[in-house]
Write a protein that binds this ligand. Structure first.
Ligand code: NAD
Ligand code: ZN
Length: 392
């Protein structure tokens, strides 16, 4: 089959690789019909997250048709059309039973290695997301093996198109969880969203669905701010305006009641040449990630929530902890517990509350993945979200 592979930092390729097979009786095989590139894939592309190996298959946002199930799979059947959460969860361990699916104890055999090598606990397994997260093959491919097939895959009702439900695999639940974590008081609270990438777009729309009186989205890319504005948000361009003053002015001096950092490691300035000098790159990443999170903390109203869907790893220094302490802020963060949200958000889509396909700007063949990774990373051609067709 064809698949998108990591060929070393900054190098993405499409290669012919062996078809996946069932390894355990609880596995299923999926024929992938749609798959997307995520901001999280950029951390892998740029080599910011260690422990990728040459030839590893990328991709954690995918859906398709079930073509084979192991003998212990009870619920899922061949022929069903499914979306698959990006996190792999056993459904049985203590975290899974508490709904903390992304912290599954049994889906990431390399969890301890991550701790020993990098001093970082990496959480549960993820599709196509390095050996730190279990080394599972990703779904930017024609076929993918799905472990714990009775737990993750969610059967899609007839009548909804792939593009309407594909983002249930990650960015829609991720934006929604980020907004939910704010504990929005409907009709009163103002929410600021830093980063108008796909995650920020869904965080902004979710905050509105949860009743935010106003949502303000901060970025520097006009096309992304325009997309947020079309969804009903106010916008602030941090290259044209001072963020802290701008947010104060828009909130009567109080600051936003809650802030969402949908930037994480995704530094502005990521781009051609970013890999030329690792030390310089690291410095810039540190500076940029601190900037978004610092702005978030510094702008937030007293008693507010700092919600962080943006991915962080390793150490983050120079946080204005004094401000956070003085204002009594609450921090909530982490990988999304995607499984929790599949059913309720599918209902939102069916009810017409949101059509997640609004975020798609580029549709392409899997063969074009290397070029589109570049386009998406460098924010060229007004690219916001790329969907790939493995069979075109
Ligand atoms: P993206 O790169 O498309 O978007 C990031 C946006 O942030 C860009 O538009 C960029 O211009 C903007 N930005 C950069 N610096 C900024 C700053 N200082 N202030 C405001 N905006 C700034 O990525 P994405 O796909 O939207 O993903 C965003 C983050 O969410 C990434 O870190 C990704 O890994 C993470 N993510 C987390 C989860 C989870 O489970 N928690 C799931 C998916 C993605
Ligand atoms: Zn993703």
């Amino acid at each position: 089959m064809k698949g998108v592979v990591w060929q070393g930092a900054g190098r993405i390729g499409v290669e012919t690789v062996p078809d996946p097979e069932l390894l355990l009786p609880t596995d299923a095989l999926i024929r992938v019909t749609s798959t997307a590139i995520c901001g999280s894939d950029l951390h892998l592309m740029d080599g910011v997250i260690p422990s990728m190996e040459r030839g590893d298959l990328l991709g954690h946002e995918f859906m398709g048709e079930v073509i084979e199930v192991g003998r212990d799979v009870k619920k899922l059947r061949v022929g069903q059309r499914v979306v698959v959460p990006f996190n792999i969860a056993c459904g049985l361990c203590d975290p899974c039973r508490r709904g903390l699916f992304s912290a599954c104890d049994n889906s990431n055999p390399n969890h301890r290695m991550a701790e020993a090598l990098y001093g970082a606990v990496s959480g549960g397994g993820l599709f196509g997301y390095s050996h730190l997260y279990g080394g599972y093959a990703g779904g930017q491919a024609q076929y993918v093996r799905v472990p714990f097939a009775d737990v993750g895959p969610f059967v899609v009702p007839d009548g909804v198109k792939d593009e309407q439900v594909l983002f249930l695999t990650d960015i829609f639940p991720t934006g929604y969880q980020a907004a939910e974590n704010c504990g929005i008081t409907p009709g009163r609270d103002v929410v600021a969203v830093f980063g108008a990438g796909p995650v920020g777009q869904f965080a902004a729309r979710s905050a509105m669905m949860l009743g935010a009186a106003r949502v303000i989205v901060i970025d520097r890319l006009p096309e992304r701010l325009e997309m947020a504005a079309r969804g009903g948000a106010d916008t602030l361009n941090y290259e044209l305006e001072d963020v802290l003053i701008g947010l104060q002015e828009r909130t009567g001096g109080r600051g936003p009641d809650h802030v969402i950092d949908a930037v994480g490691l995704e530094a502005h300035g990521h781009g051609p040449g970013a890999l030329a000098d690792t030390v310089k790159q690291r410095a810039r990443l540190t500076f940029d990630r601190i900037t978004a999170l610092r702005w978030a903390i510094q702008s937030c109203a007293k008693g507010g929530t700092v919600s962080m869907p943006g991915v962080y790893g390793g150490l983050v220094d120079k946080m204005p902890m004094g401000a956070a302490f003085a204002k009594g802020l609450v921090f909530r963060m982490g990988q999304t517990h995607t499984h929790r949200y599949l059913d309720p958000l599918m209902k939102r889509i069916e009810a017409g509350d949101i059509d997640p396909s609004f975020v798609i700007t580029h549709r392409a063949r899997l063969d074009d993945a290397p070029r589109l990774y570049q386009t998406f990373r460098d924010k060229q051609d007004h690219c916001i979200k790329v969907v790939l067709d493995p069979w075109a």
